[in-house]
Design a protein around this ligand. Structure first.
Ligand code: SAH
Ligand code: TYD
Ligand code: ZN
Length: 405
């Protein structure tokens, strides 16, 4: 039996996505024999409802010098984080010499605004490559995992933080007990811990099973985050939905009793109750929809191949590792995948080894179809690649269902 990483309750598995490679490890052709695999399966805690992976990948295998994901690659995300930073400056950072800490600052997509605004700040970022990009943008970074000991060291050296923020990182951290003790050590008495991550409600509604991969250890819901907060002396005082990355929730935690919860918390809790997010049969239904998407997508790609059509992938996302490996989609069905990230180009996609090329390779000679692995950036990418459709090209989407547009 697997035990819940938060409360120790029993975790019941509801979806097995099979043997999977690391989602952000793009091997060179010479290195394909050294790939690391693990079993990707997901379950829910029968006690606190937290949805979590059944197997944990050691963090140093995922987050290191060569971690290739650069947050600033999307203009929509750059604007989202600039707005977020400015909003913090106006609301939580109005005292004299406030201190702002970010967990998983990546290439400085948010903290650059703090640096430009002269706000005292610090980013925790264990992946040295992206941390250095942030430093070049004037951001202060500690190349370290945020956890109890490193947070306490910062509290000791720099004093307490008025706000601690994290985007798309808290769900990457299995050791949330240590993390929350670190937040407790670092936060001022009336400070806030705010984090946003892909939302289980959206994942289930859209069958976006590709949000499940090694790095996404948890799929949060309001109910499970509320239970977790209470366990560690915090209180969930606000929730906000954001459309980025296919649907996220931004959670605000304060010390228990320090702030009045907004009505949004009870509202979204009631919505989850109605959706049945904590019910095993709803999660089983999600698992059945995943199987249907696999069948539909593979059938479509095979029929296109039989008709002699060319298909390329668009966006070498971490999410696409789950889709391609679970569905068995290799270079025979998708001849290459294009991506703007230099560190992914001229490498192979994890596990199934589809060659990764630049987006210039895509525009130089369009395929008949483009399978949009970066579906969460659909608006931005389709606008940028308008000529593809004008030239007769068609997009293939698989969220919330397989279709050609
Ligand atoms: N906040 C950015 C980056 C998300 S990617 C965005 O929203 O786009 C997740 C990042 O978290 C990676 O850069 C990874 O190196 C970092 N990370 C993983 N574990 C961490 C930890 N314990 N503390 C701080 N950062 C961590
Ligand atoms: P993203 O969906 O943000 O995250 P994840 O890897 O966690 O699933 O990844 C988007 C990928 O798509 C990233 O490798 C950059 C690439 N990309 C493009 O090639 N062109 C674009 O216009 C955008 C927005 C992203
Ligand atoms: Zn639990």
């Amino acid at each position: 039996m697997t035990e819940c990483r938060i409360c120790g309750g029993a975790v019941e598995e509801f979806l097995d996505l099979g043997r999977q490679p690391l989602s952000d490890a793009f091997p060179r052709p010479a290195d394909v024999d050294a790939e690391f695999f693990y079993r990707l399966a997901v379950g829910h805690c029968v006690e606190c409802t937290m949805v979590q992976l059944m197997e944990e990948v050691p963090r140093e295998r995922m987050f290191h010098e060569d971690y290739p994901y650069h947050s600033s690659g999307s203009s929509v995300m750059r604007e989202h984080f600039t707005r977020t930073a400015l909003n913090f400056i106006e609301t939580e950072l109005t005292t004299t010499d406030p201190f702002f800490v970010e967990i998983g600052c990546n290439d400085g997509v948010l903290l650059r605004t703090m640096a430009e605004s002269g706000i005292r700040h610090l980013g925790f970022e264990p992946s040295a490559g992206v941390a250095n990009v942030a430093r070049e943008r004037g951001v202060r970074v500690r190349t370290d995992f945020f956890e109890e000991s490193t947070a306490a060291a910062v509290r000791e050296a720099e004093g307490p933080a008025n706000a601690i923020f994290s985007a798309n990182t808290i769900c990457h951290i299995p050791y949330l007990d240590s993390l929350l003790r670190g937040v407790d050590a670092l936060l001022t008495p009336d400070g806030v811990f705010v984090f946003e991550d892909p939302y289980l409600g959206d994942i289930v509604k859209k069958t976006s099973f590709d949000q499940i991969y090694d790095e996404h250890f948890y799929l949060f819901s309001v109910r499970s985050v509320q239970a977790m907060a209470e366990r560690f002396g915090f209180e969930l005082v606000d929730v906000e939905r954001h459309p980025v990355h296919g649907g996220e929730v931004r959670y605000t935690l304060a010390r228990a009793g320090a702030r009045q919860p907004t009505p949004a918390v009870a509202r979204l809790l009631a919505e989850e109750e109605a959706q049945g997010l904590a019910r095993p049969e709803v999660l089983q239904g999600f698992a059945s929809s995943v199987t249907r998407i696999r069948e539909d997508l593979v059938a479509l790609l095979r029929s296109l191949r039989a008709d002699g059509k060319t298909v390329a992938g668009y966006g070498a996302t971490a999410k696409s590792a789950t889709v391609t490996n679970f569905c068995g989609i290799g270079p025979d069905l998708v001849s290459y995948v294009c991506d703007t990230t230099p560190a992914k180009q001229d490498r192979l996609s994890p596990g199934v080894h589809i060659p990764v090329k630049s987006t210039e390779a895509f525009t130089a000679s369009y395929p008949d179809y483009a399978l949009l692995f970066a579906w969460n950036h659909a608006e931005e990418i389709m606008a940028k690649e308008e000529r593809f459709r004008e030239s007769g090209g068609q997009w293939i989407l698989y969220v919330p269902e397989v279709r050609v547009v």
